[in-house]
Design a protein around this ligand. Structure first.
Ligand code: HEM
Ligand SMILES: *[C@@H]1O[C@H](CO)[C@@H](O)[C@H](O)[C@H]1NC(C)=O
Ligand SMILES: *[C@@H]1O[C@H](CO)[C@@H](O)[C@H](O)[C@H]1NC(C)=O
Ligand SMILES: *[C@@H]1O[C@H](CO)[C@@H](O)[C@H](O)[C@H]1NC(C)=O
Length: 338
């Protein structure tokens, strides 16, 4: 019997079909994000988001830092699935994440930026591009807009059909955590200490409310009055005490995370740490723990190393717990579940 016999050909064919079917089943079980996910369904998606976001950032320069933080919180609580965007005002059946998230200290401009991007996407390609992808693209664009690295964003995230305030507390790092505890939390999301330190470099922009670090500048560890955390530069501590003096009456008072170059995405965050200019206790902690300090030292000395690692870590952050394929939904609005 020669190679071309019908029986043999049929056997080969069924074998090929079987392999193909197995491959398809595997692909269906584990669809991956891809940079060209919307190539046919919404080819201008990235451009549409970029234009809307650039205009929003020009009008409200605090948009960038807020959106970057929003992306982080989205990905850490139930995966990057836009669950953080659901508004308590949309009357969901359970209190959504946003109701618990540092009691709504999440910045309004960031939500507005994503809502605008989504509205433009819906006008061009209704029901196609997820809110989770819109947020991932917006965060990427805004890092670049502040002078940070630009990187590719893999797409195809689907949105969550739920958002529950009770998921927030256990999934987000808090400023009073040790570096070791933060590393454990990041490890649970599949992120290494190196990736954690690179991502924490996001604190090179934006601001923190006084309540987040008040314990470091007033009556530190039960000491009287103006006692401050000795890890803080004394002059910086005094300046913070003055700026935050009225924070209990006006809880909106906030301080730049990076006092040296607050609006530029650069490596200054890491340079600040050994000088006692890290604002949050969690920032200071990264410098004290040798397994995280090595990376902080490297990034302080080498902006290229920081940018490369930050970009890679953002791509890994953007893949945490994503819903793909038939999981999740594509919401029509980002601030509501229906
Ligand atoms: C490592 C543990 C982290 C802790 C404990 C932490 C904690 C905080 C806190 C308490 C604030 C101040 C919020 C406010 O007062 O409104 C803040 C702000 C911020 N965080 Fe983090 N964060 C961490 C990691 C990250 C990561 C990984 C990112 C992003 C990749 C990030 C991005 C930001 C940004 C951009 C701001 C400024 C927000 C704004 O200006 O609106 N943080 N963070
Ligand atoms: C958030 O804080 C405000 C006052 O700062 C308070 O009125 C409100 O009840 C708080 N909301 C939640 C959900 O804790
Ligand atoms: C951190 O602060 C929260 C309340 O703000 C508290 O519940 C928690 O026990 C503190 N954690 C540590 C490690 O001190
Ligand atoms: C800075 O980091 C980059 C990227 O890791 C590396 O190629 C370069 O050699 C480093 N520069 C110095 C001066 O160490």
């Amino acid at each position: 019997m020669g190679m071309g016999s019908p029986l043999r050909r049929r056997l080969l064919l069924s074998l090929a079909l079987l392999l193909l079917a197995t491959a398809c089943a595997a692909a269906a079980a584990k669809p991956r994000l891809s940079t060209n996910y919307y190539r046919h369904s919404c080819p201008r998606a990235e451009r549409i988001v970029a234009d809307v976001i650039a205009a929003k950032q020009r009008a409200n320069p605090s948009t960038a830092a807020g959106t970057l933080r929003l992306f982080f919180h989205d990905c850490f609580v139930g995966g990057c699935d836009a669950s953080v965007l659901v508004s308590p005002l949309s009357s969901p059946s359970t209190a959504p994440e946003r109701a618990a998230d540092i009691n709504l200290s999440l910045p309004g401009d960031a939500f507005d930026a994503v809502a605008r991007a989504k509205a433009a996407l819906e006008a061009a390609c209704p029901g196609v591009v997820s809110c989770a992808d819109a947020l991932a693209l917006a965060a990427r664009d805004l890092v670049a807009a502040l002078g940070g690295p630009r990187f590719a964003v893999a797409l195809g995230r689907r949105d969550s059909a739920r958002s529950d305030a009770r998921d927030v507390e256990v999934n987000l790092p808090r400023t009073n955590m040790s570096a070791r505890a933060m590393a454990r939390l990041f490890a649970r999301k599949g992120l290494s200490p190196r990736e954690m330190v690179a991502l924490a470099g996001a604190h090179t922009v934006g601001f923190s409310h006084c309540a987040e670090f008040a314990h470091r500048i007033y009556g530190y560890r039960g000491a009287p009055g103006e006692a401050h955390d000795p890890r803080l530069n004394p002059e910086f501590a005094r300046a913070l005490q003055r700026s935050c003096a009225g924070y209990k009456d006006d809880p909106t008072v906030s301080i730049f995370n990076d006092v040296v170059t607050p609006r530029v995405f650069d490596e200054a965050y890491y340079k600040n740490l050994p000088r006692g200019l890290g604002l949050l206790a969690s920032d200071a902690a990264l410098w004290e723990y040798p397994p995280t300090r090595v990376f902080a030292e490297r990034y302080a000395a080498n902006r290229t190393a920081f940018f490369e690692d930050f970009a890679a870590a953002m791509q890994r952050l953007g893949a945490v717990g994503v819903k793909t394929g038939r999981q999740g939904v594509v919401r029509r609005r980002c601030d509501a579940l229906d």
